[in-house]
Structure formats: structure tokens, C-alpha cells
Design a protein around this ligand. Structure first.
Ligand code: S3P
Length: 450
């Protein structure tokens, strides 16, 4: 069998990932594991910081995003040990005890860090906080959390009528609300629930479709009084709450596994076993979408670990058909749509993705970035206002493409390159470290084994 040559060139502050595929014979084989779930890692650090007693975290994601959360919460007074995958200890300072930091809190590239943290900061009376992030985060909408927090009585100021970071927050005693969120967003839901932790009374969030429920599961495990109404997609938290430190075991991130699921499906002759992947039903839309396309994916060794469902995922290559994805499925696979677009390029027929306008306000405008970069490689992708239309079956040719410093775009394009003839160069590939620091070494390992 032939190997694909994967190299990295570092120039000043930027990395180029260069993938040179052999003309034929590449297949991916083996058993791999993916890093810890990003959403669960953020929450374990944050909830540990505001709980009483010690929280122990096993399997934390060592990506840039959780590092941003850890540094913000250290600045807010929590003692967090050095980050590693074996064991991170968080000495909680107790609810309502976050300290006024001496400097601006920097959430880096991480929407989850800034939005969830805002709920906590806004509900800490008599303390003043300033929060910011990198250029991508400073262009992402904050009104989705600022508005409901202001309805609770929060005092928040920022650029463009408090819709963009940097933001300044004067903590207040807040009032409980019932918030009908216009978007299905776990970041919005979690922000309000966290503000509700410190707020006397019942705070409820209703969302139009169910988004990931890691906050609900983990807040309950930490001792919060929280109820869920699945009929109306509503969650209610009773404040003031008391959280107690827990042991958290972070499963592998299905959003990272998705790259290998698609790689295994589209590279002929491949078989990959991805071990220890979180398969929380609010995150498994990608499995359903790939099944609709005819992918051969099996869940093995299904189990529950620390309150989260986990399985090993086996993928074998197969021919794929197009599919249509829209509606309630979208929030359950929002981060996997870029890699699903890659699968669609190699499927027969036209795949239509709708109801996914949220992609326009992620780390990059993922509708435009995926359409333009895949088309540079020879794909047939049309942008829709709220999604993509992808006609599969065209062959891709390696060329220069840009990650727009978006981690999921980098990794999606790298998987597309495995099925493109010639050499693909992805500029800005250092972005992969946001959620998957070992992505390039794992890609190299799989390509050199084949
Ligand atoms: C996340 C929620 C999602 C997702 C993000 C992580 C979370 O964002 O895109 O990567 O951890 O709550 P939205 O909730 O805004 O859709």
C-alpha cells in the first residue's frame, strides 16, 4: 500500500499543512483515540472553580480553548493545577466567591468560555470585570447572551451597543426570568442557567430545539436543583444553589472523532476504530447524517462513564449517497457540518444543508469558508443563506487553501485533501490546536501506516 506524505512548514506565526496524496492505494487503518470533549472540559473547569471542595478531572482536552477557560478562572481566584490528561485538580472557591481580577479576562478564540463566564460574572454583585478575546471572538455576536442577562438586571457595556467584546460587567443581584431563546444554543442556555445559580428563585430557558445538554447533566451531578421539560425543551434552575466538587471523566470528543469517521468512510479500503467517544444523544446528529448517506459506522462497547454515554466507533469505507439535513438535527451536529460537507463532496447526488445560519457566526463564517475552499479544490458547492448545496461526485485536485484560522475548517480541508489528487497546502493549520492539538500527528501516523 502507498502512503500519503504529510508535512508541516512553519513560517513566522503561521503553519502550513501540506498533504501529498499518492495517485492510488491510500487507505487508513488502525485504532485511534481522540482528545477529551471540548464542551465537557470547559464545564468541568468552570463548575469545579465555583463549587465547594475539590474537583478532579480526568481526560481534559489540552486544546487552546480549555486553556483559555483555565486561565480566566485562575485570574478569578480558583486554584487549578497544571493541565494534563491524567488528573487536573480544581480547588473550588464556592458560589459567589469569584474575585475581581486585576486585568482583563481573555477568552482567546473560545465562544464557550466568554459566553458561559458572562453568566457567572454578571451575577457577582459589587465586582467589576472586563472580558475580551481574539479578533475572531471580538467579531462574534454577544447580544445573544447580553440581552437575556440585561433582562435579569445585568449591567454590561461593550462595543456597538454592547453586542461585541470587549465587554465590561458590573456584577449585580439578578432577577429570575423565563427566557424563550430564539436560537438553539447551548452557550446561551448555559449562560442563563449559570446566572440563575446565584439568583434567588427559578430561572428557566426554553429553546426552539434541543442543544447539547452537558451543562444540565453536570450541574445536576454537582448538586444543583435543576429540572428539564423535554416536551418544551425547557430547563429550570433554582437559585441560590450550592455546588460540590466532583470527579469528572471527560469522554473523547465526537466533534474530533467526526474527522476520522468521514476519512474512514471516503478513503477506499479504510477501517478505523475510534475508541472512547462521547455519544450523548444531543451530539450524535453526525452519526445519523452519515448513516443517511450510507456510511458504514458501528457503535461498539456502549457504556456510561460519569453520567455521559460513551462508545467505540468503527468505520469502514463505503460508497455514499447525498442527503438533506435540516431542522432539529442541525443543533445536534452544528460543529460537524464542515466535515459533513466534505463527505457530501464524495457522495453521489446533491446534498442540501438548511437551517444552519448559525454557521455564519462561528470561529469563521463556515458556510462561506467551506464553499470557497472546497470549490478551489474543484468541488461543486453553492452557498445558501442558511446552509450549503453540494453536488457530489466531482474529483478534487490539491491546491492552496486557507483555514481562516478556524480549527474545524483546517481539519475538514485536511480530510478532503486525502481524496484529492496531488498536493494540498492548508494555510493557518496551527488553528487545529484549538480543539485537537494532536490532529496533525494522528494524521501523519495514519497516513504513514497505510
Ligand atoms: C458549545 C456549543 C455550540 C458549539 C460550540 C460549543 C458549548 O455553540 O458550536 O463549539 O460548549 O456549549 P452554540 O451553543 O452557540 O451553538
Amino acid at each position: 500500500m502507498l502512503t500519503a506524505i504529510v508535512t508541516v512548514e512553519t513560517t513566522e506565526n503561521q503553519q502550513d499543512l501540506i498533504i501529498n496524496r499518492p495517485t492510488s492505494g491510500l487507505s487508513l487503518q488502525g485504532r485511534i483515540s481522540v482528545p477529551g470533549d471540548k464542551s465537557i472540559s470547559h464545564r468541568a473547569l468552570m463548575f469545579g472553580a465555583i463549587a465547594q471542595g475539590e474537583t478532579q478531572i480526568q481526560g481534559l482536552l489540552l486544546g487552546e480553548d480549555p486553556r483559555s477557560t483555565a486561565s480566566c478562572f485562575r485570574a478569578l481566584g480558583a486554584e487549578i493545577s497544571e493541565l494534563n490528561t491524567e488528573l487536573v485538580q480544581v480547588k473550588g472557591i464556592g458560589l459567589g466567591q469569584l474575585q475581581e481580577p486585576v486585568d482583563v479576562l481573555n477568552a482567546g478564540n473560545s465562544g464557550t468560555t466568554i459566553r458561559l463566564m458572562l453568566g457567572l460574572l454578571a451575577s457577582h454583585p459589587e465586582r467589576f470585570f472586563a472580558v475580551t478575546g481574539d479578533s475572531s471572538l471580538r467579531s462574534r455576536p454577544m447580544s445573544r447572551v447580553v440581552k437575556p442577562l440585561q433582562q435579569m438586571g445585568a449591567a454590561i457595556w461593550g462595543r456597538q451597543e454592547s453586542t461585541l467584546a470587549p465587554l465590561a460587567i458590573q456584577g449585580q443581584n439578578l432577577n429570575p426570568i423565563h427566557y424563550n431563546s430564539p436560537i438553539a444554543s447551548a452557550q446561551v442556555k448555559s449562560c442563563i442557567l449559570l446566572a440563575g445559580l446565584m439568583t434567588e428563585g427559578k430561572t428557566t430557558v426554553t429553546e426552539p430545539a434541543l442543544s447539547r445538554d452537558h451543562s444540565e447533566r453536570m450541574l445536576k451531578a454537582f448538586g444543583a436543583e435543576l429540572s428539564v421539560d423535554p416536551e418544551t425543551n425547557s430547563v429550570t434552575i433554582s437559585g441560590p444553589a450550592q455546588l460540590h466538587g466532583q470527579k469528572v471523566i471527560v469522554p473523547g470528543d465526537i466533534s474530533s472523532a467526526a474527522f476520522w469517521l468521514v476519512a474512514g468512510a471516503i478513503v477506499p479500503g479504510s477501517e478505523l476504530l475510534i475508541e472512547n467517544v462521547g455519544v450523548n444523544p444531543t451530539r450524535t446528529g453526525i452519526l445519523e447524517a452519515l448513516a443517511m448517506m450510507g456510511a458504514n459506522i458501528q457503535l461498539e462497547n456502549e457504556r456510561t462513564v460519569a453520567g455521559e454515554p460513551v462508545a467505540d466507533l468503527r468505520v469502514r469505507s463505503s460508497s455514499l449517497n447525498s442527503c438533506t439535513i435540516a431542522g432539529d438535527l442541525i443543533p445536534r451536529m452544528i460543529d460537524e457540518i464542515p466535515i459533513l460537507a466534505v463527505a457530501a463532496v464524495f457522495a453521489q447526488g446533491t446534498t442540501v444543508i438548511r437551517d444552519a445560519a448559525e454557521l455564519r457566526v462561528k470561529e469563521s463564517d463556515r458556510i462561506t469558508t467551506m464553499a470557497t475552499q472546497l470549490n478551489r479544490m474543484g468541488a461543486s458547492v453553492t452557498e445558501l443563506p442558511d446552509g450549503l448545496e453540494i453536488t457530489g461526485g466531482t474529483s478534487l485536485t490539491g491546491t492552496d487553501v486557507d483555514s481562516y484560522t478556524d480549527h474545524r475548517i483546517t481539519m475538514s480541508l485536511a480530510i478532503a485533501a486525502l481524496n484529492a489528487t496531488g498536493t494540498t497546502t492548508i494555510h493557518g493549520a496551527e488553528a487545529a490546536a484549538i480543539s485537537y492539538p494532536n490532529f496533525i500527528p494522528t494524521l501523519k501516523q495514519l497516513c504513514s501506516q497505510s
